[in-house]
Structures are given as structure tokens and as C-alpha cells.
Design a protein around this ligand. Sequence first.
Ligand SMILES: [Zn+2]
Ligand SMILES: [Zn+2]
Length: 89
Amino acid sequence: MSKKPERHPCIRCSRMPDENDKYCAVCGAPVLNRCSDEPGILKKGCTFVNPPTAAYCVKCGEPTLYLTHGLLQTAYPSANKPSSIAGFR
Ligand SMILES: [Zn+2]
Ligand SMILES: [Zn+2]
């Protein structure tokens, strides 16, 4: 039994994407709300598929694609990294 990420209508235009679509054919929005932490040369990356409402990845705290594409609003700046407090060095 293969477990596929659940499909949902486009967050922007409500079009139902085809099974293999990565981006919406109508408006170009990402179909899946993946973590923006892409695999790179020196890192594994995360790319966890988050719920459509998640502004930050529930696995690593990086912004999700929906947030980086401006498709979600959040009142909070990212807090996944320790903020540098002035005088605390
Ligand atoms: Zn769309
Ligand atoms: Zn992540």
C-alpha cells in the first residue's frame, strides 16, 4: 500500500490538480505545501509535505512553500532559530 500525500484543491484558485502536478496549471501555485528546505550539496533537506494551512514546516520549522510564495499570511516571524539577543555573546 503506497501512501501518497493527500491531494487538495489549489489554495489560490481551487482547481483540483492532477495526480502528478507539482504546480497548479491555472495559477502556478505549488500544489503541495512542502517545506522550503530543499536538499542541497551539503544537506539532506526536509521537503516534508505539510498541511495546506501550515506556514512553517512541522518537522524543522523552516517556512513552507505556501508561505514563501505569499499564499499564506502569518502574524509571526519564523522562530525556529535562536534569536540573537543584543549583549548576549
Ligand atoms: Zn491554482
Ligand atoms: Zn521541514
